[in-house]
Design a protein around this ligand. Structure first.
Ligand code: PAP
Length: 335
């Protein structure tokens, strides 16, 4: 239980947080429920409460050396990477031909606490057997113990901005429809995304933050691309497992555990599970979502079916400018 002193201290720090938050810039953007985005430390957050929990995590969350952060910008492969990381760390002694499937009863999102959704997923009350923590928070806004001092591991996945945008547009359109709200039209949504005004955007800055950090700290930060993972998933599952200290043994290789994990976390398998067809996450909270919203196509270059050549060229130009000199290429599909 909190002591009186702790309680007074936390009340005054909450007061400071509220004061700081009330001064932050707000604007319309690509977001859920027609809420204004709120700018904090150079990035757009979906709402005030998310900024408050991020500040609280920055002040109070203490990462441990054994922690593994699964970091993503929205719609770049979060669900998939969460599933893969969880399947890797939670696999038990494999008995020859069966790996228990943890996703039959819960969405991959429920398998990892999320740093900035503290009230919903309670990262401060963690299961000591689970070293994973998920977050959309940009690298520069992570708690210092996670970005610098604790020695924990970080894995990040990114994706061509065109596919990321298309995925986000559909997600918010379906979300709006499910609440009988008008979706933001595609052209307007595109404009918002290109201006950087999307949830945890500007997208390019989010990617660059983790990319640069991974170049400085390659032993601690693994930088992955959705497109590469789709091309050779098994290779990247081995790489991921090795990186986070859960490499596969020869016996496991012999038992084809990697292939089983790839299959268990595949779009086809996950999207056909009853829990992901009809279940919800974060029920009775502001973040309640139908699990099926997280599964649409799961392919590379679907932007070709949704963007005009002009839109694609415009987005590619932004990407080229933003990533120029970084050594990172994120442009896929036909020109
Ligand atoms: P989030 O960041 O809001 O949690 P996230 O999981 O990154 O969402 O985005 C969903 C995208 O990942 C969807 O892409 P699409 O709209 O282009 O289809 C979804 O289909 C895709 N996805 C979900 N699960 C998988 C998976 N197992 N393998 C590959 N892609 C997946």
């Amino acid at each position: 239980m909190e002591s009186t002193m702790d309680s007074k201290r936390s009340q005054s720090s909450r007061g400071e947080e509220e004061e700081l938050i009330s001064t932050l810039h707000k604007r319309q953007g690509l977001n859920s429920f027609n809420l204004n985005l709120v700018k904090y430390q150079g990035f757009w957050y979906a709402d005030m409460s998310l900024v408050a929990t991020t500040i609280s995590a920055q002040r109070h969350f203490q990462a441990q050396r054994s922690d593994i952060f699964v970091c993503t910008a929205p719609k770049t492969g979060t669900t998939w990477l969460k599933a893969l990381a969880f399947a890797i760390v939670s696999r038990t002694a494999v008995d020859g031909d069966s790996t228990a499937d943890p996703f039959v009863s819960k969405s991959p999102h429920e398998c990892l606490p999320a740093l900035e959704y503290a009230e919903t997923f309670a990262p401060f009350h963690r299961d000591p057997r689970n070293p994973l923590i998920a977050t959309h928070v940009p690298f520069s806004s992570l708690p210092k113990s996670a970005s610098d001092s604790s020695g924990c591991k970080i894995v990040y996945i990114c994706r061509d901005p065109k596919d990321t945008f298309v995925s986000m547009y559909h997600f918010f359109a379906k979300l709006a429809a499910s609440r009988n709200m008008e979706p933001v039209p595609l052209n307007k949504a595109f404009e918002f995304f290109c201006e950087g005004a999307s949830s945890f955007g500007p997208y390019w800055d989010h990617v660059l933050g983790y990319w640069k950090a991974s170049l400085y700290q390659p032993d601690r930060i693994l930088f992955l691309k959705y497109e590469d993972m789709k091309e050779n998933t098994a290779f990247h599952v081995r790489k991921l497992a090795e990186f986070i200290g859960y490499g596969f043994t020869l016996e496991e290789e012999g038992n084809r555990v990697v292939e089983k994990i790839v299959r268990m976390c595949s779009f086809d398998h996950l999207s056909n599970l009853e829990v992901n067809k009809n279940g919800k996450i974060a029920e009775n909270t502001p973040w309640e979502m139908e699990n099926k919203l997280y599964f649409r196509k799961g392919t590379v270059n679907d932007w070709e079916n949704h963007l005009t050549p002009e839109m694609a060229a415009h987005m590619d130009l932004i990407t080229e400018k933003k990533l120029s000199g970084s050594g990172l290429n994120l442009i896929y599909g036909k020109k």
